[in-house]
Design a protein around this ligand. Structure first.
Ligand code: XMP
Length: 320
């Protein structure tokens, strides 16, 4: 069992120092690699690894095709400013191919996990000569996976999987005792810019976690466009997380006086502190109406927008 660190007991300076030391001693004079998604967790891990290993840390953004609009380029430019070199690895085709034909949520998650860790990372690790992967698993990921709620993409040891045997490299998880709130404090300590730390959480399986049914290039495009609108409209809402979800069922709509059997987007906006429980934000009707109008006019094929009113539990934050 992992012993979590409560926020009130967290000394960010000491935490950073300890983790840097422990990365140094684990990796020795070897090379480590880490996948940066630009979310809080992987950004903090990147800075910890950079501090511990400098150039011996290879930081890669895996462009899996499931990221948000312009995300890989934006994240890489922020880290460039911080003095960290980031490589973007284009793996869009591999991920799309692995998701082809899948509709079951766990199968989709598994496809993303396998493509990431076995195929893409396996290759990157071989190419770089790294024997260690640093990753930003946090305590909530472990809890929910162990409880059988949802298989988070980045949990192995707690499921009895030995990464060294199955993947051929060690996994180091410096944040595994923290939750989101603790990760933010550590990030501030490491000098990460607020715009990075204040970003809303984004899941490892990316937009695939927000598509009900099959993930295709076209459907990704739809949910990506809706995501831009939702994120812009709710940026100042103070909510914990907000997103657009693409449904698989179609509904009848009307456009230019004609029947249009179109797609549905569900908007979710959550109030939460640590993502274990969450409630829908009480957004104003003005905001909701504008979201509906903007999404139906700007995202091709969408004729209906709904707002989720269900708390977690029984909902979860993401859709799959
Ligand atoms: P759920 O949907 O499980 O989400 O209520 C809880 C929080 O975790 C994020 N999330 C993930 N993060 N890998 C991650 O790194 C995942 O597979 C994953 N699934 C969900 C989600 O966005 C929310 O903040």
């Amino acid at each position: 069992m992992i012993k979590g660190i409560n926020l009130k007991d967290l000394d960010p300076g000491k935490f950073v120092e300890e983790q840097v030391e422990s990365i140094k001693s684990a990796v020795g004079d070897g090379i480590a690699i880490n996948a940066l998604s630009g979310g809080g967790d992987s950004s903090v891990v990147t800075m910890l690894g950079h501090r511990a290993l400098g150039k011996r840390l290879r930081t890669v953004i895996v462009e899996n095709g499931l990221l948000r609009e312009g995300e890989a380029e934006w994240v890489s430019s922020v880290f460039h400013e911080l003095g960290v070199d980031v490589q973007i690895a284009d793996a869009r085709t591999e991920f799309l191919d692995s998701l082809k034909g899948l509709t079951d949520p766990e199968e989709k998650r598994e496809a993303v996990t396998n493509t990431f860790y076995k195929k893409v990372f396996g290759r990157l690790v071989r190419e770089s000569g790294a024997r260690f992967l640093l990753q930003g698993t946090i305590l909530t990921d472990v809890d929910e996976t162990v409880a059988g709620i949802k298989r988070q993409h980045n949990v192995f040891a707690q499921l009895g999987i030995d990464p060294r045997e199955t993947l051929g490299y060690h996994i180091i998880e410096p944040l595994v005792q923290l939750r989101k709130d603790g990760v933010r404090l550590a990030g501030r300590e490491l000098g990460l810019p607020e715009e990075m730390l204040e970003r809303i959480p984004f899941p490892g399986p990316g937009l695939a976690a927000r598509i009900i049914g099959e993930v295709t290039a076209e459907r990704l495009d739809t949910v990506r466009k809706a995501t831009v609108i939702v994120e812009k409209a709710l940026a100042d809402s103070g909510a914990f997380q907000y997103m657009a979800i693409l449904h698989s069922d179609r509904v009848t709509g009307v456009r230019e006086g004609r029947r249009d059997f179109g797609q549905q987007i569900e908007v979710r906006c959550w109030d939460s502190t640590d993502s274990r429980t969450a409630t829908p934000s009480r957004l104003s009707y003005e905001i909701l109406e504008k979201l509906a109008a903007d999404i139906t006019s700007e995202v091709p094929g969408v004729v209906s927008v709904t707002y989720s009113m269900t708390a977690k539990p029984p909902s979860t934050i993401e859709a799959i």
